[in-house]
Design a protein around this ligand. Sequence first.
Ligand code: ATP
Ligand code: MG
Length: 225
Amino acid sequence: MAISYFITSTGTGIGKTYVTTALIRLARSKNMKVAAFKPVISGFDKQEIAASDTGEILAALGEAPTDEALAKISPWRFKAPVAPNMAARAEGRTLDCDALFSFSRNVLREDADVTLIEGVGGVMVPLDDEKTVLDWIVAAGAPIVLVVGDYLGTISHTLTAVEVLRAKGAAIAAIVVNEGQGKGDVASVPFAETLAEIAQWIAPIPVVAMRRGGDGEVLTPLLDR
Ligand SMILES: Nc1ncnc2c1ncn2[C@@H]1O[C@H](COP(=O)(O)OP(=O)(O)OP(=O)(O)O)[C@@H](O)[C@H]1O
Ligand SMILES: [Mg+2]
């Protein structure tokens, strides 16, 4: 059976692209046919494609960053590095959520062994002035991989995200606790303790530990469906 995931997070910069590209590489190493998308990207600079989420996903897929590939993987691109509704507004545009939702349903129907969609920002980032990523998740219908941090405060952020996802009936396939760099001024909690705490609170959802610099091996259960 084909596998698909919507990769979302408790916020921006937590590790969605890191986990998405690790999953792409892992699937490719198992000779699985992979399709991956970052349909909405803000802070996009055409001069810096390689450094963008789209560029990283294309590199993991082993595809060249051509205009065609860019348009296919990230049809909605905005310059300002802010929430999509604000980034679109800055360009006198509005993100067409109906088009985004049907694009997502269509790519999930394509014939790949694994299809991944990376969201944008966190679970409730505004897309236009009425809809958030949560509406997109519901419309797309793919199981969720929720990437969360290990910083002080992550437990509340994680439980809040899980609660709203559950309230909308979204299926959470796994929570990936991604080890961050730590923030100098905040007392850090040992990674293992944060992991155990999250696992206990969100059971029976499986929890995956992604260490700093870790590869996709820990994500293997996600491809074993
Ligand atoms: N486990 C990790 N080990 C090493 N570096 C990591 C890890 N996780 C994330 N990073 C790095 O931290 C930064 C932020 O991660 P990433 O880009 O994956 O976040 P994101 O959730 O996709 O952000 P955005 O909301 O902008 O899409 C990147 O430079 C990434 O390479
Ligand atoms: Mg990203």
